[in-house]
Every structure is written in structure tokens, then in C-alpha cells.
Design a protein around this ligand. Structure first.
Ligand SMILES: *Cc1c(COP(=O)(O)O)cnc(C)c1O
Length: 485
């Protein structure tokens, strides 16, 4: 058992016998780091931070696939809500006020705790100090709710009837269905077929919140019918589902499309994670050395690192930032940096990003949320500028890390989040060798309660690691058109 647990009990006892605020004040003054570093409600950030404003070399703009000219707000507004289209294009405004209604919704589950992983540190016998920002403390179980409520809010404000979207593992669809039911908006979700079948519980949570869930590729859209004809029996992919959801939005009156990752507007909303993390660390005078996040489309990572990357860009501080991706979908570590389609059906704007090619069909790995072929153009550009490192890790070692973490810290982590745990543990073990007491911060994006088939495969010793060969990757990468831009 973790010895520090006695410490925790004493601490809890102390807290319950004293009035909480003054006990906290005392701890802060003594710089004694509690297990949970809470911000008070009035210390919550009231603005989102747009890291693009501090980038000298901006991320490349989205392009209209027909004209190959930068997409305008008017063009994007045909697909997205207008206010979100404005946020998407704005790369100069550093701060955006968070509307009152969104702040109030955030208060139902935020600020999220930043936890000092004392027990994990002791288990690893590392001199490193490990902190994790836990975003799984809401019914949707992940950070995606931070952007879902923002996007639903702007849709409602615009007077729309509803929104359409895709979901891979189901977390985004779940978050969006919660946000839509809260604001009384219709929610149509195209769910990647393998997840629809493998994750019936997420599907049912969405339906319980009132969403309409369709397995993708479906026969409801032109693009779905095309993909089904071209790849009979396909398990689907995020890229296909995106195309279907976009078609559904543009072919119905009063609907727009919303997306849970990749876009710069999503990163903007997710900056709440990094801003809270930084505020909490600052409160205790802790300077992070290493910041780690898992990377699917890049939104939680981008949001977590945003204020830290901002300091680096302004020359105020230095951090080691690490993106972690699955070896089965190695976008940053083995992809190419180029303009590519965001979706299989080629209906979305083109984005310059690290990509494996929009035709890349990842293996049915369990890290559903990390299987996208591309990467946020902001994260891609930061990586390209050398501000960030990337690592790819294999599935079984990720679950081993998840198991270690669950057993000692008492949280069942999402497989996606466990990619960050794995590298946090690796870095903590390096500190053990060098004797350095580095401050390691990682994003724990969600819970794994709906991933029990994956845990079952791991527990039964039936999990395999799949690493695509160079030839397999080359196929989709070589199929990326050479856009004349
Ligand atoms: C969706 C998801 C991710 C990956 O998405 P990003 O946009 O890269 O953040 C990671 N963890 C969880 C729990 C998710 O639901």
C-alpha cells in the first residue's frame, strides 16, 4: 500500500476539522502540495487563450478545396456556425471571453482537479513530481464536453434547429448529446461502425440524452453509399463519418456541422485545461518541466500545452512538451506535413497538417479516440517548429501503464489517456536514473468505463500490437494529391 495514504487521511481529517478556505490558505502559504490542487470557482479562467496569436509563423490557413484559396468566414459559415467560423480563422486575437452561459455550464464540472500522483511516485520510487489534470469527472467521461458546450451554445445563439457530427470511440458524440440536450438542440451523430457495434453503451448514453445515432458508413448519405460500394463490409473510419455528417448538415435546413477535435476553434475551447493547470501550479509556485498529452486530433494536447507554449513562443519560459500517439496510427512520428483532405469524402476544407493520408484506414485498435489520419494544424505547426516532441507507443505497453496507474491512483483511465500515462511513467523512470526531481504534468483526458472490451482483451492476454509497415503507410501517403499552393 502507498504509505502516503496515511498522509492523505490525516490531511482529510485536518481539512474536515478546520474551515476549508483557511486550511487551504495555510497550505498554499507553506507551499505544501495537497493531493488535489483545486482552484476555487472564482479562480477559474474567464477567457480562452488562442496560442496562434503568439505564433510568429502561423499555422497554414484552411483552404477551399475547389479554389485552393484560404477559406473565408462566409464559406465556412455554410458548414459551421458563424461565430465558430470566426474563431476558426482568427489567428491574432489572444483571448476570447467565455460567454456567461458556458462559464455556468463549466461550473457544473469544473475546475477539474490537478492531482499530485504521490502514490504513483512512490510506486515508481522516482524523485520526479508527477501531476495529472483529470478531465473525466463528468458524465461524458472526457475533456470533449469543454468544446461540445461551446459549439452547442453558438449553434443555439444562431437560432439553429440542430447540429450533425461524427463520433469515433463515442466520447465526442456523448459530450455533444449532453450539451445539446442541455440547450434543447437536435443532435444527429454518425458513429464509426466498429465503435457502434463494439461500444453499445456509449451509443445508449447518447440516445438517452436524445441524440439520433447512425452507424457510418450508412446508406443515408451519398458519400456513405459511395464508401460502402467502394469498401464493402468496411468498419468505417472517422474520415468517412465526417463526410457523412457534413453532407447531412448541408442538406438540411437549420443544421450545421460540429467537430470534436482537429479544428483550431476546438483547441481554443480546450485551452481551459491548460489555463486551469497553469493557474493551479502557479498558485503553489510549481514550475512544470515536462508536459505530456495524448494526441488524436490534437485538441486536449493543444489545450493543455497552450499557455505553456505561449510562454515559450514569447521567450518567457521553456518546457519540454511531448505528444503521445499510438504506434498503429503514427501521424506525427511517421506522417508527412502537407495539405490534405480532412475527411475521406473530400467535402471539408483542406488543412495543412501532419497526415497519414485521408485514405488511411487504421487497424481496429482499441484507442478509438486516437485513430484520426490527421492532426490539428496548430499542433502540427508547433511540432514542425520544434516546440514539441512526439512519441509513438504500442497498445499493450499502454494498457500495462493503465493498469499500474489504476491500481495505485484509483482511477480507471481511458485507453487514449493511458498513452500519456505511459510516457509520464517513462519520464519519471528516467528521473530515477538521473536523480532529477523534475515536475511532470500530464493530461488524464478521460475514464475507461466504456472501454472494458479492451481491458478484457488485455486481461485475457489477447491484446496484440499492430504497427503498420512502411509500405502500408506509403499507400495512403502517396495518394495525397499534390495541391498547387
Ligand atoms: C477524443 C479523446 C482523445 C483524443 O482527442 P484529442 O482531440 O487528440 O484530444 C483523448 N482522450 C480521450 C478520453 C478522448 O475522448
Amino acid at each position: 500500500m502507498c504509505k502516503k495514504l496515511t498522509g492523505r487521511n490525516t490531511l482529510l481529517a485536518k481539512l474536515s476539522y478546520t474551515t476549508l478556505p483557511s486550511a487551504r490558505k495555510e497550505m498554499i502559504m507553506n507551499k505544501e502540495i495537497p493531493y488535489k490542487i483545486y482552484l476555487e470557482e472564482n479562480e477559474m479562467p474567464k477567457q480562452w487563450y488562442n496560442v496562434r496569436a503568439d505564433m510568429k509563423q502561423k499555422p497554414a490557413p484552411l483552404l477551399n478545396p475547389k479554389t485552393l484559396k484560404p477559406s473565408t468566414v462566409d464559406e465556412l459559415s455554410q458548414v459551421f456556425c458563424r461565430e465558430l467560423a470566426i474563431q476558426e480563422i482568427d489567428d491574432t486575437t489572444p483571448y476570447f471571453d467565455i460567454p456567461e452561459d458556458i462559464l455556468n455550464f463549466y461550473k457544473m464540472y469544473r475546475p477539474s482537479p490537478l492531482t499530485r500522483a504521490y502514490c504513483l511516485e512512490e510506486k515508481l520510487q522516482t524523485p520526479a513530481h508527477i501531476y495529472y489534470k483529470f478531465e473525466g469527472n463528468n458524465t461524458s467521461g472526457s475533456h470533449k464536453l469543454n468544446s461540445a458546450i461551446a459549439q452547442a451554445f453558438y449553434a443555439k445563439k444562431q437560432g439553429l434547429k440542430g447540429v450533425t457530427t461524427e463520433t469515433g470511440a463515442g466520447q465526442w458524440g456523448t459530450a455533444l448529446s449532453m450539451a445539446c440536450s442541455y440547450l434543447d438542440l437536435d443532435c444527429q451523430v454518425y458513429m464509426v461502425k466498429c465503435s457502434y457495434e463494439m461500444k453499445p453503451f456509449r451509443r445508449e448514453v447518447m440516445r438517452t440524452f436524445g441524440a439520433n445515432v447512425t452507424p457510418s458508413p450508412s446508406m443515408l448519405t451519398n458519400v456513405g453509399r459511395q464508401i460502402n460500394a467502394e469498401f464493402p463490409g468496411t468498419n468505417g473510419s472517422l474520415g468517412c463519418a465526417i463526410s457523412e455528417a457534413v453532407e447531412a448538415a448541408t442538406s438540411q435546413d437549420g443544421y450545421r456541422y460540429v467537430l470534436g477535435s482537429v479544428l483550431s476553434q476546438v483547441m481554443l475551447h480546450q485551452s481551459i485545461i491548460g489555463l486551469e493547470t497553469k493557474a493551479a501550479l502557479d498558485k503553489y509556485g510549481v514550475k512544470a518541466d515536462i508536459i505530456i498529452g495524448c494526441a488524436g486530433g490534437g485538441s486536449n494536447l493543444g489545450g493543455l500545452i497552450a499557455p505553456f507554449a505561449g510562454e515559450m513562443l514569447r521567450g518567457e519560459a521553456d518546457y519540454k512538451l511531448i505528444a503521445v500517439e499510438p504506434a498503429s496510427c503514427p501521424t506525427l512520428t511517421r506522417g508527412v506535413y502537407t495539405y490534405d483532405y480532412c475527411d475521406t469524402g473530400k467535402v471539408c476544407p483542406l488543412a495543412k497538417m501532419y497526415t497519414l493520408g485521408s485514405g488511411f484506414m487504421p487497424s481496429a485498435s482499441h484507442s478509438g479516440g486516437l485513430r484520426y489520419h490527421g492532426m490539428s494544424s496548430v499542433v502540427s505547426e508547433l511540432y514542425h517548429q520544434g516546440l514539441m516532441e512526439a512519441r509513438s507507443v504500442e497498445q499493450t505497453e499502454v494498457f500495462k501503464a493503465a493498469e499500474t496507474f489504476a491500481r495505485i491512483e484509483g482511477i480507471l483511465p481511458a485507453p487514449e489517456s493511458s498513452h500519456a500515462i505511459k510516457v509520464a511513467i517513462d519520464e519519471a523512470l528516467k528521473c530515477k536514473e538521473t536523480g532529477e526531481a523534475k515536475n511532470i504534468v500530464f493530461g488524464l483526458t478521460g475514464t475507461g468505463y466504456f472501454d472494458m472490451y479492451a481491458y478484457q482483451a488485455y486481461n485475457d492476454g489477447k491484446m496484440s500490437d499492430y504497427i503498420p509497415t512502411d509500405e502500408e503507410l506509403a499507400k495512403a501517403i502517396n495518394a495525397i494529391p499534390k495541391f498547387d499552393v
